[in-house]
Design a protein around this ligand. Structure first.
Ligand code: C2E
Ligand code: C2E
Ligand code: C2E
Length: 88
């Protein structure tokens, strides 16, 4: 494997997500909005989603889950702590 592992806890920063251009984050923003709607969870600044959802999103972004995790940390949508600790 090329290094990056998928995030262990997927906690999306919704405020940051809103600041990013739609052409980058469109699919993720729609996915998060759908989950908020299904839960009736509209008031949060952050949204915890399933690890399984990250795998689905990675397919949409044509990346591995590890690569998408790095991209989301880069955008500030996931905190750096989402990066799994490397095995020593
Ligand atoms: P935590 O998981 O560290 O979450 C801290 C705070 O982040 C939560 O405080 C909430 O304000 C926000 N937060 C995290 N995920 C979401 C989300 O998907 N939607 C929204 N709207 N806000 C989110 P809160 O609600 O007072 O919860 C405090 C702690 O209680 C949580 O800390 C967690 O340890 C526990 N908790 C709350 N709800 C759940 C749950 O559904 N499942 C589990 N396992 N623990 C929960
Ligand atoms: P569902 O998958 O049939 O889940 C029904 C209920 O089980 C959820 O109601 C929630 O109370 C609980 N539940 C299921 N999995 C978890 C989990 O990993 N952690 C916690 N804290 N609770 C869990 P809720 O929240 O009203 O969601 C209703 C429906 O909305 C869910 O039905 C599911 O179809 C969808 N949904 C909500 N959040 C997510 C998500 O993060 N990812 C996906 N793929 N679907 C979600
Ligand atoms: P959490 O509630 O602390 O749940 C942590 C892990 O426990 C979940 O990781 C999942 O592997 C397992 N788990 C918890 N509840 C259920 C359940 O009802 N059914 C099953 N099959 N497994 C369960 P996961 O899936 O990666 O989810 C991470 C976090 O995303 C959850 O933390 C919760 O904060 C949020 N989440 C996921 N699905 C739902 C949902 O349907 N509704 C709500 N409100 N929150 C959800």
């Amino acid at each position: 494997p090329s290094g990056a592992e998928p995030a262990t806890k997927v906690v999306i920063n919704l405020e940051r997500l809103q600041q990013l251009p739609a052409e980058k984050v469109g699919p993720l923003a729609r996915y998060a909005a759908t989950i908020q709607s299904q839960r009736g969870d509209y008031n949060g600044k952050i949204l915890s989603i399933r690890t399984e959802d990250l795998r689905s999103l990675a397919i949409i972004y044509d990346m591995t889950p590890g690569e998408l995790t790095e991209q989301l940390i880069d955008w500030g949508v996931l905190p750096p702590e989402a990066r799994p600790a490397r095995e020593e």
